[in-house]
Design a protein around this ligand. Structure first.
Ligand code: NAD
Length: 363
């Protein structure tokens, strides 16, 4: 008997627990043995323990090395930092990998999209270096800015620091090229706004071009982020692997999810040198919590990525095929994959899991 894979399972909050149950069921139906270490994070933990990300969640992932995670709500503009950002930072999950691929049956305006977004996950405007208006640190910083640049900024302002380092840029760009090499990809596109942010994005761009020289077998090019958005909408089939700083990566991956048929089918992985956490691109969709309504496929496709990471290639291929068959048939899919969102034939979250398990049994 092969050893079961021990995985930290974080249901999250909002619709997270429902899609997590559905995903766990299909993963178990592949025949691969799992030992789930279920850990709670999210709004409920904030009430019970005063933090959305209790320490035992991090300790568990440090032990198991692999996590599968549902979305966690981040209250806008409140004191608590995002549990998602904290998790990525504390475990140094520096690469956020977000594939966007069209499957027959998805309601997309395009065919043949097969993009992989590689987003830097630890710095940029997401580093959490912010200064509130009216604080002594904000005042000090405004003084420093005036002294060094001559610009007098409005005291009624808040500041967020865009932080880009050579080290983090090097490792994310290497990750993108290594990924391209290992997965028979032909091209890496470096995305930036170095024409305006000449120092921070300029450093990202220059470092990325330097790293690219180590990979003469893979083509590379660069695009300014606004132009990239237009290019992706006009001719997404021209692009392959994209590597981006944190904020552009976040935005472009939602755009790419839209290109392929929506957030309901967009998976993701956060990968570091020691740990990996798999999660859908979408958030907790709290307005649908407890309604057995939202699409669990984005988390199931994240499960496919996890199976590959665990070396279970055959099971990954079978689960992906089962998902493709359910999508192509178009019958047992949630509202977001129907021609109209109010389609009365849409099924619920758990019925999607039933249909995928049914296909898996026949494969
Ligand atoms: P969201 O992704 O939760 O929802 C955006 C839209 O997409 C909504 O209309 C929603 O109904 C729809 N949607 C999302 N997932 C779906 C699914 N599986 N099936 C069908 N439709 C789906 O984004 P939001 O409303 O901006 O964020 C809600 C909360 O989630 C926020 O607190 C945000 O901070 C958090 N969030 C968490 C993560 C994470 O845990 N990694 C990621 C993004 C957002």
């Amino acid at each position: 008997m092969p050893m079961p894979h021990t995985v930290t399972l974080i249901p999250g909050d909002g619709t997270g627990p429902e899609i997590t149950t559905a995903t766990r069921r299909v993963l178990e139906a592949t025949g691969i043995e799992f030992e789930w270490d279920v850990r709670q994070a999210g709004s409920e933990m904030l009430e019970k323990q005063g933090t959305v990300l209790p320490d035992d969640v991090l300790e568990s992932i440090k032990r198991t090395k692999v996590g599968l995670k549902g979305p966690i709500t981040t209250p806008v503009g409140r004191g608590q930092r995002s549990a998602n950002v904290t998790l990525r930072k504390k475990l140094d999950l520096y690469a956020n990998l977000r594939p966007a691929k069209t499957y027959p049956g998805l309601r997309s305006r395009y065919e043949n999209i097969d993009l992989v977004i590689v987003r830097e996950n630890t710095e940029d405007l997401y580093a959490g270096i912010e200064f509130q208006r009216g604080t002594s640190h904000q005042e000090e910083l405004l003084e420093l800015i005036e002294r060094t640049t001559g610009q007098k900024l409005d005291p009624h302002s808040a500041l967020s620091i865009k932080y880009i380092s050579v080290l983090a840029t090097r490792r994310i760009v290497r990750f993108a090229f290594d990924y391209a090499r290992a997965n028979d990809r032909r091209k890496v596109t470096i995305v930036h706004k170095a024409n305006i942010m000449r120092l921070s994005d300029g450093l990202f761009l220059a470092t990325a071009h330097e790293v690219a020289k180590e990979y003469p077998d893979i083509q590379h090019e660069d695009r300014i982020v606004d132009n990239m958005c237009m290019q992706l909408v006009q001719k997404p089939e021209m692009y392959d692997v994209l590597v981006l700083p944190n904020l552009y990566g976040d935005i472009i991956s939602d755009l790419s999810a839209g290109l392929i048929g929506g957030l309901g089918v967009a998976p993701g992985a956060n990968i570091g040198s020691q740990y990996a956490v798999f999660e859908p691109v979408h958030g907790s969709a709290p307005k649908y919590a407890g309604q057995n309504k939202v699409n669990p496929m984005a988390m199931m496709f994240s499960g496919v990525m996890m199976l590959r990471h665990l070396g279970e290639k055959e099971a990954a291929v079978r689960l992906e095929k089962a998902l493709m068959q359910v999508i192509a048939e178009g019958k047992y899919v949630t509202y977001d994959l129907k021609p109209r969102p109010d389609d009365p034939t849409a099924v619920g979250t758990s019925q999607v899991a039933d249909a995928v398990i049914e296909r898996l049994r026949r494969l």
